[in-house]
Design a protein around this ligand. Structure first.
Ligand code: AQP
Length: 333
């Protein structure tokens, strides 16, 4: 096993969807044989928007079940809940004092999530990227597999680590690198090809949930927005603006492990009616086994809870060592 360390996480904010799967979890599964991996349920991040406590508890268990159902193994990866490791928030405070307000003001995710009512957004939503930097740096992660939407936060994490090293005249932090899947860096909503597929989007028709049934998946793909043109090799041209079509082709090519060019060639001249049928079959083949396993894991929450407790113990040992070293560097220990 290489000495690279991987950390990533997912917020337990609702049903995980095809975007979370292709953009993140599928890559987590592939990495666990090669690297030392830490995968967390980012439950502190989930509090940045209004959350019902009972729903959050359920979402934590659903997300843990989804990790395992998708193929993460507790004997290969450390799977844990962020809120159980106090050093994340200890380090976040120290990093709050390193990061600059101007840096946070540039974060586009805050602008998108806060919308037009910025004044009413939580401070947590604003400082979310600092906690994310702490999540990564507390485990001295070298690599962070994320979707393209998180690239800016990762760059901020590197800036914070670099400033810490400069301010304290050492090379304590290694700068982590993002690993962004090339073929599907961002899965878009099935209803609007310019918006990313998201758990919090109101319309359930905008996403394929990892718990959807066969019929629901077929219906959602049938109803997915497309245009009246046939499939042709110009779909990905900048001026084509066929965003919904591009999104469906990207999903297909990822699931089939084929290039966009090959898919476009195979379906050249065909309509989306034909294509959607085949896409449905592919999505069902990938998602239904996961969906069945999620149900199985949720039948025995004790096993899930034990996995999270064990993961937290492993994570805590490492995080406590790091925070002690950092406290010494900054003069708090
Ligand atoms: N549409 C997407 N395409 C590719 N990757 C995606 N990810 C999320 N949406 C897509 C990746 O999934 C990981 C976990 O994301 P998260 O749940 O922590 O937060 P998020 O990015 O804010 O995801 P959502 O679905 O949009 O959640 P809500 O609606 O709760 O904010 C990340 O690696 C992300 O890149």
């Amino acid at each position: 096993m290489s000495d690279k360390r991987v950390l990533s996480g997912i917020q337990p904010t609702g049903n995980l969807h095809l975007g979370n799967y292709l953009g993140a979890i599928k890559n987590f599964v592939a990495m666990q044989n090669e690297f030392k991996c830490f995968f967390m349920l980012a439950d502190l991040h989930a509090l940045t928007v209004k959350t019902d406590p009972k729903v959050l508890k359920e979402n934590i268990l659903n997300t843990a079940a989804t990790f395992l159902a998708a193929g993460l193994k507790s004997n290969k990866s450390t799977i844990f809940c962020q809120s159980q490791i106090n050093s994340h928030t200890d380090l976040a405070w120290i990093l709050n004092c390193i990061a600059r307000v101007g840096w946070l003001n540039r974060m586009t995710q805050f602008k998108e999530k806060a919308g037009s009512n910025k004044e009413n957004a939580s401070i947590g939503l604003y400082t979310y990227p600092i906690l994310m930097a702490a999540d990564i740096l507390i485990y001295k992660a070298t690599h962070v597999p994320v979707g393209d939407d998180q690239k800016q936060h990762l760059e901020l994490c590197r800036d914070i680590a670099l400033k810490f090293n400069n301010d304290y005249k050492n090379n304590y932090f290694t700068l982590p690198e993002a690993i962004i899947p090339k073929s599907v860096s961002r899965i878009m909503s099935l209803r609007n090809g310019t918006k990313k597929m998201s758990k919090s989007e109101e319309s359930d028709l905008s996403r394929i949930n990892l718990t959807d049934t066969k019929d629901v998946i077929s219906q959602k793909i049938k109803k997915a927005k497309t245009d009246n043109d046939t499939i042709n090799e110009k779909i990905f041209d900048k001026e084509s603006k066929r965003y919904e079509a591009q999104n469906l082709i990207k999903i297909y090519s990822n699931l089939k492990s084929e290039t966009h060019d090959k898919v476009l060639k195979d379906y050249n001249g065909k309509t989306f009616i034909d294509f959607k049928k085949d896409l449905s079959d592919l999505v069902i083949e990938e998602i239904i086994p996961i969906s069945n396993m999620i149900k199985k894991y949720r039948n025995d929450d004790k096993e899930l809870i034990n996995i999270l407790i064990n993961g937290s113990m492993v994570a805590n040992d490492i995080a406590e060592k790091t925070i002690f070293e950092i406290k010494k560097i900054v003069g708090l220990a």
